[in-house]
Design a protein around this ligand. Sequence first.
Ligand code: BES
Ligand code: ZN
Ligand code: ZN
Length: 489
Amino acid sequence: MFSSITLGSSRSPVTVVGVTSDGKTVPAAHAKVQAVADALDTPGFAAENGEVLAAGANHVLLGLGDPALLTAATVRVAAAKLVRVLDRRNDKSISVDLSAGFPKNRTDVEALGRAFAEGLAMANWRVDHFDGAASRKAERGGALVIEAADADFADGIRRGLLLGGAVNYARTIGATPPNICNPAWVAAQAKKLARDTGLKCKVIDHAQAKKMGMGGLATVSHSSVSKGCLIHISHMPRKRSRAAKGKRLVLVGKTLTYDTGGYSLKVNNGMKGMKYDKLGGCAVLGAMKAIAELKLPIEVHALLAVAENMVSGDSMRPDDIITMYNGVTVEITNTDAEGRLVLADALTYAEEDLEATAIIDVATLTGGVVVALGHFCAGWFCNDEGLSKAVEAASAESGEKLWKLPLWKEHKDFMRGQHADLINSNPQRSAHPIQGAAFLSYFVDEKTPWAHIDIAGVGNIDSGNDVCVAGPTGWGVRLLTDLVENQSK
Ligand code: BES
Ligand code: ZN
Ligand code: ZN
């Protein structure tokens, strides 16, 4: 693993030459190099996307596949494969020329540069903090410096490295085990991020939340020795774009540092992996890092609803009735449906205290969304056409895929209770992801554009894919950043 990847220049970089699979074409200047010409003829080298082949000492060929099928997504994968090879080769600097695959439209070249850098950064991540005495200390590689002659491609690289850094920041927090990463630790990380990037950070602690009447957050957070909190981070740029005037976006993240299920305990080892129940909050934190670093000219707030769902002498019980921050009463039917309880109070805070003009929440809310959609895309809901289009555009740009689910009056009625206004889970085990969204809808004004994104399937993966190793993926960091940026344009 490289210790860092930066854009810069160096004296004798290895040249990475993109080769398309149709006729194995490379730009004329490289084709003249004998080592390149020889390598292109290597039997078995088909220049499929992500195929890497050394050409002499100073060149590396990178297959880009069929140019008609070349997209940001395929370039991201090719870069991920490349960086693993560069790491093994111990390269220090590369000069990249993928122009053989460039589209006619120059705006797409920047997008390819960005995807290339994202692939490099995201594939160059693993957690080594917990390598102990029994591990061979893997030698951490040195720095990798990249240069690209094409100015648009280089601009894209700059942006992609920044985004990849924010994604990896979110992944590192996500991977931190629950004996270290408890609510207090998350609050400390948020404060550190704010200090480092010029954001503002305020923490509403457990006692305050309780006093303010945040029954959902206080009740869940109460069960643990490490009490929960609501973290409020704000990005208040001095300069705002014209498009940003009057907009106050609020990003909300479910941040359960651990979810045992509570008295509705998770069984059959279903608890394993529940350190990842904080990945909504991690995605929001990562996005705020990128938003601050990019100095986006728009006001953005982040709310992390942080708690640890544990079993203790005064944990909530099924049958308890609590009163939420907006005055709605909820009968707890299942203590494992805790995410919606903490999120609901954060949504009310976004509505009433922050007067949000749009709210996007991200949460590992239900196992049901994994059953329905797998690890391929997030499930989501939206009450507003404009926001819906904006989220879909950000999804397309970032390559973080979503699939929309319905949220109708029938679903909302399904969450009404007999003993209180609402139940937190309907005992009929059906439509769980929609139940979660329907519950949350009671905490957002119908007139406020709101999107709820259930990332239980995509936030972490059990086996590695083309770009990410097994573990947290940082899903949402890039989508949220793109969304916020587009709102400022
Ligand atoms: N954190 C879980 C959701 C989850 C499950 C995320 C598996 C990732 C993988 C959430 O708090 C939960 O337990 N949800 C329940 C809801 C049910 C009790 C209504 C679920 O999905 O089973
Ligand atoms: Zn749960
Ligand atoms: Zn949970």
